[in-house]
Design a protein around this ligand. Structure first.
Ligand SMILES: [Zn+2]
Length: 443
């Protein structure tokens, strides 16, 4: 109680209290009110982008979306999709961002030159409110007060020992304990189980496949485990049977959550297992190859417009994921639009020299946004051999390659050979999906 109160005070002192934004979301009770809110925010974002970002001014005028201060939303879907390539090429940062409390949030990449994203405190408050809303309305739980254990690929500093004090304090205030799952051997999983049984969290959250593997271990070894009230999986897509297995082993409902660093909270499943889009934060469209929205029941690419980041607006940003548009109805009564299904990144775990499982999400982070990498796949060909398939966009950078190799060897073992392969296309799975990381037992 005191901890939560102190946390609220700290947020307020830092201009980061999100209560106002959260109240705005809560006031939206039906789809019509949601539409009014989203359209109002879209209009004001488009006028801002037209005024302060030359690239957007050009495309908004070319497509007749903004004329003077008049916005024609009926022409919105004519706007070209925003790709990472355009973000790199064009200056999308607002020319007045210096007046805002902004910060750089590099997208994903642990190495090389990732896409540099500028976000600001206002965006942070809306994004946090959206995530808080999800926990309250879908899980029926207070995100910050509930005791949480998180299986996360917490990065280099965690793998080498404890995280920095500043990070530990933040976790303490938010009542959460992170466990590093970037590589998990059986002793790690036994420790995770002990921590969970001792701490008795209300929520267990983590990378989907790492949680799945952890549950397989619990089941195989018949390790008793404290059941949380809810499990939240994210970061990668699982087969429905796999998420069901997590629920069975942990004895709790499993919620699937979808977000990205570029956009913050995007969508999550509700108590009825259906996807709802947090569209008051990010306006989401499911579109065909020409950028036209598909109808209910049709599959397309996931494209979002961040409604609250005026420092660097992302308009019709192609996330590279696919979804099937829903028809909006759900017995849970949420006013938020639905998706019938969502396919995020598909990844398997690799196996390290010593038998530990290495998180695909964590591995893929290292080259997510290297400028010269158009697409990639990591492929384990044997206990000591990993092949990296790359569709190059430009001349590979030697130094980046060494950093990636270092990252792979640190997680997989120093004796592992990393072989690079330049290809024209990444092969798809038999069902036509793209697998980013393929383990030793992959298809
Ligand atoms: Zn629902």
């Amino acid at each position: 109680m005191i901890r939560s109160f102190l946390w609220q005070v700290i947020l307020a002192l830092r201009g980061r209290s999100f209560r106002g934004e959260y109240a705005r979301f809560c006031a939206i009770r039906d789809p019509a009110a949601l539409r009014v809110f989203v359209e109002e925010r879209l209009r004001s974002l488009l006028v801002h982008a037209w005024e302060h970002v030359p690239y957007y001014r050009r495309i908004l005028e070319q497509n007749g979306v903004v004329r003077g201060n008049e916005v024609d939303l009926s022409r919105f879907e004519r706007l070209p999709l925003l790709t990472k390539e355009i973000i790199r090429r064009e200056e999308l940062v607002s020319d007045e961002h210096a007046n805002r409390k902004w910060y750089a949030n590099s997208s994903g990449g642990a190495t090389g030159e990732p896409v540099r994203l500028i976000q600001d405190h206002v965006f942070w408050r809306w994004a946090t409110a959206a995530s808080f809303y999800y926990y309250t309305h879908s899980l029926g739980m207070d995100r910050d007060r509930s005791r949480k254990v998180i299986l996360w690929g917490t990065g280099r500093r965690m793998s080498d020992g404890y995280p920095p004090l500043r990070v530990r304090v933040k976790h303490w205030f938010r009542n959460q304990l992170p466990l590093d799952c970037s590589r998990m051997g059986e002793p790690d999983m036994a420790r995770f189980a002990r921590v969970i049984n001792r701490r008795k969290p209300a929520i267990i959250r983590g990378y989907a496949r790492s949680l799945y593997e952890f549950c397989r271990y619990l089941d195989r070894e018949q390790v008793p485990i404290h059941p949380p009230r809810a499990v939240v999986i994210s970061g990668e897509s699982l087969h429905p049977d796999e998420s069901k297995a997590i629920g069975t082993v942990l004895g709790a409902p499993v919620y699937d959550y979808y977000g990205s660093r570029e956009t913050g909270a995007l969508a999550g499943t509700c108590s009825r297992g259906r996807w709802h889009v947090l569209s008051f934060h990010n306006f989401m469209e499911i579109v065909d190859a020409d950028g036209r929205p598909v109808g209910a029941g049709r599959e397309g690419r996931v494209v979002v417009t961040t409604l609250h980041n005026y420092s660097m607006p992302l308009i019709r940003y192609d996330l590279g994921d696919r979804a099937v548009q829903g028809d909006g109805s759900c017995p849970c009564g949420s006013p938020l639009p639905t998706l019938r299904s969502l396919t995020g990144r598909l990844m398997e775990n690799l196996v390290a020299e010593d038998g530990a499982l290495v998180s695909g999400v964590n591995l893929s982070i290292s080259f997510n946004l290297l400028d010269w990498v158009q697409a990639f796949q990591l492929l384990q060909e044997g206990p000591r051999r990993v092949r990296v398939l790359v569709v190059p966009r430009a001349e590979p950078v030697e130094a980046d390659m060494r950093v990636v190799e270092g990252h792979l060897k640190r997680l997989l073992g120093q004796g592992v050979d990393v072989v690079w392969d330049w290809v024209e296309e990444i092969p798809k799975t038999p069902t036509g999906k793209r697998l980013y990381v393929r383990g030793p037992a992959g298809p």
